[in-house]
Ligand binder design. Sequence first.
Ligand code: HEC
Ligand code: HEC
Length: 221
Amino acid sequence: MKLFQIVRCALLVACAATQSVSAQDVKGNPAAGEKKAAQCIGCHGIQGYRASFPEIYRVPMIFGQSEKYIVSALGGYKRGERKHPTMRGVVDNLSDQDIADLAMYYASTKTPSHAPSASGNPVDSQAAMALVQKGGCVACHGENFSKPVDPAYPKIAGQYADYLAVALKSYKVEGGTVVGRANPIMGGMVKQFSNDELRLIANYVASLPGDLETIPQKRFR
Ligand code: HEC
Ligand code: HEC
């Protein structure tokens, strides 16, 4: 049985998540995280700062995100499941302790649920809600997309629409070297939708109130 489990584990992408348990067991210190965040604020601490790869979109808001999800996402870049080259370069230099500190810092620095900070695109809410219902997204991301059923799942309400669209499309990419996210759950989810439908969903989710925000860099100077 043990051997079977090991073999099965080696075959499953999902196994990587189990292996990161040690990283999740390290306890974070938000004050240490704030210092370490100096290397992040050039992108995550500037409101509306844009990334240009693989297309132009706003860098995700991570203040107010769940601690466990931040650990999980950073682990994804470290293990190469998430291909984004810049973030892979960033996490290369982070230890498990650094990741735990940063996750605790970003998760604990937040304003209670608020209207989206970025004015989004006009949304055909009814059409978007039908797609969201078809996908059964609320079963994991929560009724309002801001209280996921598992703390290792992301809050997405109020996140930048252009980032959400890029993230959703990236789960479609298989075998990419610099683009894509190998995630068995979301990979299965997004393949039922066209890119236009994913953009519609992204615009809708971005229009909802949530916890996420970007806290401008100058407050830390
Ligand atoms: C040069 C710009 C840049 C720097 C510096 C940077 N990031 Fe990022 N970060 C990005 C971009 C762009 C993405 C989206 C990548 C993708 O599409 O997967 C991202 C994604 C993330 C995500 C995933 C967000 C989500 O919702 O899934 C986390 C968490 C994150 N960064 C944390 C950090 C931390 C912590 C640091 C500092 C140690 C940092 N980043 C430094 C640009 C940057
Ligand atoms: C079975 C649970 C489950 C369902 C159903 C689900 N998701 Fe997810 N979602 C996840 C998990 C887990 C992740 C994190 C994956 C990773 O680590 O990259 C995620 C990630 C995402 C992200 C990326 C967030 C970020 O910050 O980068 C978006 C956007 C998203 N989901 C939207 C949706 C939408 C829209 C639907 C419905 C069409 C949906 N999800 C259905 C579990 C789920």
